[in-house]
Ligand binder design. Structure first.
Ligand SMILES: [Ca+2]
Ligand SMILES: [Ca+2]
Length: 215
């Protein structure tokens, strides 16, 4: 015969709720509600320019405070870096959007002929890309390695537009199978220098003059 063992019950533990921290969406939606309120006042049944002005100001203050609050709350700082979580919207389409080269100015394509691949299959490993601000304007520039035809350096103009400054910068590296690159301040003068690796050609170092011109 099996007997069920029972244990004396103690006092019910007290559950304390911590003060709820408003989420990012809640903060931003508060600002949007204020703007919607203003819109109804301005363009609803009772049109009022003063109502629109006041509510627009209110909504702007809400959004500004929300942004400051979120930055202070979510930005993590450490030695040499800052990071912040990426908020993905719960509605609407998410993910990446393909931007054509005619809009961005980036028309780079990595080329490798079949005969070249057959001669040395290491070439089929592909090539890399380096990202960094080479001219110090605060915008991230891009350097693409190519197996045949030379590499490309694109200067970021902002707004997803780029210009090809490869020849001006002197980093084409034509005539070699470039496999990878990295930007790093090799000489410690505060700007990003460029290291380019290749098959059978060693690693080349280009020193930056601080304006995106390499020696
Ligand atoms: Ca730049
Ligand atoms: Ca440097």
């Amino acid at each position: 015969m099996i007997r069920k063992k029972t244990y004396p019950r103690g006092p019910k533990p007290e559950v304390r709720r911590s003060k709820e921290i408003p989420s990012a969406e809640a903060e931003l939606s508060a600002g949007r509600r204020a703007l919607n309120f203003g819109y109804r006042l301005s363009f609803g049944p009772r049109r009022s320019a003063l109502g629109f002005f006041l509510s627009f100001q209110l909504g702007s203050i809400f959004l500004a405070c929300s942004a400051i609050f979120l930055l202070a709350q979510e930005t993590e700082t450490g030695p040499g870096y800052r990071s912040r979580a990426l908020h993905v919207p719960s509605v609407d389409k998410i993910g990446f959007t393909r931007l054509p080269g005619r809009l961005t100015g980036i028309t780079f394509t990595n080329h490798l002929h079949d005969a070249s691949a057959a001669a040395n299959q290491i070439r089929m490993n592909g090539s890399g890309v380096a990202a960094g601000d080479v001219d110090g304007d605060g915008l991230c520039d891009l350097y693409f390695c190519c197996l045949e035809g030379g590499n490309y350096l694109y200067r970021n103009l902002g707004g997803w537009h780029f210009e090809d400054i490869t020849d001006r910068a002197g980093v084409r590296c034509a005539g070699q199978y470039s496999t990878g690159a990295v930007f790093a301040d090799v000489d410690g003068d505060g700007d990003l220098d460029l290291l380019v690796n290749s098959i059978g050609g060693g690693t080349r170092l280009f020193l930056n003059d601080g304006k995106g011109n390499f020696l």
